[in-house]
Design a protein around this ligand. Structure first.
Ligand code: KG4
Ligand code: ZN
Length: 333
């Protein structure tokens, strides 16, 4: 029996979840809107807002799950990767909380947790499967052999897919974070209106910096001819950029699926909330006979439920850490 309280604070979301014997009974997420004024996450501000949010978010999670502190059996937390100042708030709080309540501590890798989010709800993938993890900081194809036995078989050489979305949004004068807005505009645009080059990277790795430059020049050249080019074509530009990013992502997944002879394909991370990616993945699946796994929206972007479920599997293995544990901005996979 386990009742695990989990804390996620790797970037700009303060989140606390509770996992009762493998079932998520609370998942509270406090977003930080302050960064919208700056066009990106300001680490120092993120850390300060985590400090303000952490206690009320914990209290709300306990209320939602209808459990008392006394009923908890462990505290799980994101150790890394992420912004050090942000991680420090969650890690320090988890350590003091565990010390005060005499509970074991469970350290979780944020990138493992994005993948283990698939084990929150049915249908759950069976091992081995391939997972495309696409977030603001990472783009990876991961061969998942077991809950904590994972191998990165492809990753980005420069920008992450989320960055490609967000940087494009910035070029289009959309507010931060622009990824979800591109998604919204793309729904009413023509994905074949404009064509962008697909990077020629060998193997299973990605590169998005060339695409960003191509978009930048494309907008600059068109604005010279028509200063209203962006506003008059926003939906078509968004749909075309999204189409490019999604196809770059999925063509490599197709390659990996062939190479590893795996037909169970999952997606994880913030960008897996993207409608274009979800729809195109369904089309690939139909054509190639894949079984596809996509988490619910709320478990795609940063959340503590994924930390809690990862904590649940570590609790079963009794994989605990001591009070000497420290956060780490870069973490071994
Ligand atoms: O996993 P996540 O919440 O945080 C990180 O660990 O990075 O991912 C955030 C990223 C951002 O780049 C955001 O723009 C992108 O996910 N994102 C989306 C969508 N929702 C979030 N990108 C495209 N379409 C979306 N619907
Ligand atoms: Zn994330």
């Amino acid at each position: 029996m386990s009742v695990i309280l989990a804390i996620e604070s790797s970037c700009d979301e303060t989140s606390v979840a509770i996992c009762d014997n493998g079932k998520i009974t609370a998942n509270v997420i406090a977003n930080q809107t302050i960064h919208q004024n700056y066009g990106g996450v300001i680490p120092e501000l993120a850390s300060r807002v985590h400090q303000q949010n952490i206690v009320p978010v914990i209290q709300q999670a306990l209320i939602d799950a209808k459990v008392s502190k006394k009923e908890l059996t462990a505290v799980a937390f994101t150790r890394g990767p992420g912004l050090l100042g942000s991680l420090l708030v969650g890690v320090s709080f988890a350590k003091s909380f565990a010390l005060a309540l005499d509970l074991p501590l469970i350290a979780i890798n944020h990138m493992h947790a994005h993948i283990l989010a698939h084990f929150i709800e049915d249908p759950k993938p069976s091992f081995p499967f391939l997972c495309l993890t696409v977030s603001g900081g990472h783009t990876q194809i991961v061969l998942v052999k077991d809950y904590f036995d994972m191998e990165i078989v492809g990753s980005t050489l420069d920008d992450a897919a989320g960055e490609a979305f967000d940087k494009t949004a910035k070029i289009l004068n959309l507010p931060y974070p622009g990824g979800p807005l591109i998604d919204v505009h793309a729904r009413t645009g023509n994905p074949l209106a404009f064509k962008f080059p697909e990077p020629q990277i060998k193997g299973l790795n990605y590169s998005f910096s060339g695409l960003k430059t191509a978009i930048l020049y494309f907008i600059r050249d068109n604005e010279k001819v028509n200063p209203n080019f962006i506003s008059e074509n926003l939906d078509d530009i968004c749909a075309s950029v999204q189409y490019s990013i999604v196809n770059i992502l999925l063509n490599k997944v197709k390659k990996a699926a062939q190479e590893y002879q795996i037909k169970d394909i999952a997606i994880a991370g913030g960008v897996s909330a993207n409608t274009g990616l979800r729809n195109t993945l369904a089309q690939f699946a139909e054509r190639l006979g894949w079984n596809v796994y996509i988490p619910a929206f709320e478990y795609c972007t940063d959340n503590a439920a994924m930390i809690a479920i990862a904590g649940h599997y570590k609790y079963i293995k009794k994989e605990f850490v001591g009070q000497e544990i420290a956060p780490t901005s870069r973490m071994e996979f």
